[in-house]
Design a protein around this ligand. Structure first.
Ligand code: DON
Length: 579
């Protein structure tokens, strides 16, 4: 009997092998095959562009293009936002995440406001003094590095919460992220640099090698493949939020905890839920501003500072003059003093929001302000209330006029530097945003007290400030930025630039920033801030300090003729897309 394979079978087998190999690249990438204009191996950054229908501005060109494509295919701003958040987790591992948390602020075209808090929460085993030794001193790095620094991640729950307002199936929105992880994308220079700088930390704080540590020296143009992350995203695609909070992914997270003293349990993961927070609203010079409520301090700080400066004609003071900076800094000093004392998770601490953002309180806080005179953080303490450095921000406005602003973070660049073995994603070090001991500054120099002390289940106070603006009750602007405690000040300065000084969105985004946070009593200045103003501020008695870059602000605005003008910060790879 002839035992050789008949030629027809041989042909069939070869054809089968060919189809399998071919399908891996062609059929394995249904999203990118259907969108040949988005090429993960060759893409360009677009800093500013006007679109007829809808636009996205985010930290990464591929993520922005993915978001725009979802809207072009019939999705709305919520669809785009979900696809952008998930894509950023792959192409911008520095801050884009599934292992962190954030805030989703939206205004639907019909005027409905939505605030979804998907901030990380303290694990059930967390306690007030968990980062202090027996003498009451903070353990070095415990709240910032390794698994012990992680809060329970909220991003995937947050995206499923957001999906209630979207139009397309979640499985479709996560598909581009899966393909970017599985089939790779080309690294930019700054991404390659970030991976190289953090390589030693990744190795030190993770239990196993990972895709991010595969090469010792990443270069711009290298392709990053993340097969474990692709599998994690596929589990979420198949099983929904349970693909992250239960089953293999949850097991991987808990196993990673054991490597460096982490305390997140399977129950903590299973029990995590995003929370709705009623957005804060206030008016400033004809504009209606919508901000995020606690546990973000951003909305309150923005309202406080803008109300404190509202009586003044900023355009007469001039852009970045000592007079303008001094006025705005004195408002910053007063608002940030209140942050340290009064703000925390509202489910655990009674935040006096109504008073803090009232006109009367702003007036009272500025009653000792004297034009041209430096204040003092020794004298300015938190008001008495009686009442009955990497994150990422992206903005989307769609064709219908729905606006979404999301700021999301791992806290530090690459979070706690721990890549979950087997699951391929980085965990946050958000526990450091709690006040680990009254008066002890966190990594952003922010101090706090009881309001923001650690308790099981509590969410740590944030500075993230996703912000929306309407004009004449019509959608106008979606904006925000990363930058730790500088975030509320950056948004405040950006809005003043646009509203008082009539700058374009792009000019206001790129403008040099200043920052005062009560303690230390120092004005931080971005490296390109005008020197003459610094000298004038010093002559007034201010202490100043130069600091590199503060953030990466991204925004989308609707022009008078209905165009979507999108702008990305000059400070990073930020890029816009739309149609
Ligand atoms: O929530 C917060 O306030 C911080 N975890 C944000 C961190 C941040 O913006 C770092 N980026 N540069």
């Amino acid at each position: 009997m002839n035992k050789s394979i008949p030629s027809s079978s041989l042909f069939l087998s070869l054809a089968l092998i060919f189809v399998c190999l071919f399908s891996n690249t062609v059929f394995g990438q249904p999203f990118f095959k259907a969108h040949p204009q988005i090429n993960p191996y060759h893409y360009e950054v677009t800093k500013e562009k006007s679109f007829d229908h809808a636009a996205v501005s985010s930290a990464n060109a591929l993520a922005s293009m993915v978001g725009a494509a979802m809207m072009q295919e019939g999705g709305n701003a919520f669809d785009a936002a979900i696809a952008v958040q998930l894509s950023l987790a792959v192409v911008f591992p520095e801050a884009g995440n599934i292992g962190g948390g954030g805030f989703m602020l939206a205004r639907k075209a019909n005027g409905e406001l939505i605030g979804i808090d998907y901030r990380e929460a303290a694990p059930s085993k967390a306690s007030r003094d968990m980062y202090l030794d027996e003498k009451g001193n903070p353990y070095p790095e415990k709240s910032t590095r390794g698994a012990a620094a992680s809060g329970i991640p909220g991003s995937i729950a947050g995206m499923f919460g957001t999906h209630a307002y979207a139009k397309l199936p979640f499985a479709k929105l996560i598909e581009p992220a899966i393909e970017l992880a599985e089939f790779g994308f080309v690294l930019s220079e700054s991404e390659a640099k970030g991976l190289n700088t953090n390589r030693n930390n990744f190795t030190k704080f993770s239990s196993a090698a990972s895709a991010l540590t595969k090469k010792e020296n990443w270069k711009a143009g290298d392709t990053l493949f993340q097969p474990e992350l692709a599998q994690t995203l596929k589990r979420i695609q198949e099983k929904g939020a349970a693909g992250f909070y239960e089953g293999p992914t949850a097991n991987y997270i808990v196993k990673e905890m054991a490597n460096s003293g982490g305390i997140i349990s399977l129950e903590d993961l299973k029990n995590y839920k995003p929370k709705f927070r009623k957005p804060l609203e206030f008016d400033y010079k004809g504009h209606h501003i919508i901000g995020f409520a606690p546990p973000s301090s951003g909305g309150i700080l923005l309202a406080q500072m803008m109300k404190m400066i509202a009586p003044y004609d900023i355009s007469k003071l001039g852009n970045n003059t000592a007079a303008e900076v001094s006025l705005m800094v004195e408002a910053q000093r007063r608002a940030y003093a209140d942050r340290a004392e009064h703000m925390g998770d509202p489910d655990y601490w009674k935040v006096p929001t109504k008073t803090l953002i009232s006109d009367a309180y702003a007036k009272q806080r500025m009653s000792d302000y004297q034009e041209g005179v430096k204040g003092s953080s020794k004298i300015t303490n938190a008001g008495q209330i009686h009442e009955s450095e990497q994150t990422t921000h992206f903005s989307v406005i769609d064709n219908e006029g729905n606006m979404v602003a999301i700021t999301t973070t791992l806290n530090d660049s690459y979070g706690n530097k721990t890549i979950v073995a087997g699951a391929g994603f980085i965990l946050n070090n958000e526990m450091d945003d709690f006040s680990i001991k009254p008066g002890v500054p966190n990594m952003y120099g922010a101090v706090g007290g009881e309001a923001n002390s650690i308790q099981a289940g509590k969410r740590m106070l944030s500075s993230m400030t996703p912000t929306l603006v309407t004009l004449n009750n019509k959608p106008y602007l979606s904006i925000g930025t990363p930058g730790g405690t500088t975030i509320p000040n950056q948004v405040y300065e950006g809005l003043v630039d646009m509203i008082d000084l009539k700058m374009s969105l792009k000019q206001s985004i790129d403008g040099p920033r200043f920052h005062h946070q009560w303690i230390p009593d120092t004005i931080m200045l971005e490296s390109d801030f005008p020197e003459a103003t610094e000298l004038a501020l010093k002559a007034m008695g201010y202490t100043t300090m130069r600091r590199g870059h503060f953030g990466r602000m991204d925004g989308v605005q609707i022009s008078a003729d209905g165009k979507r003008i999108a702008a990305g910060d000059k400070r990073g790879d930020d890029s816009v897309a739309g149609y």
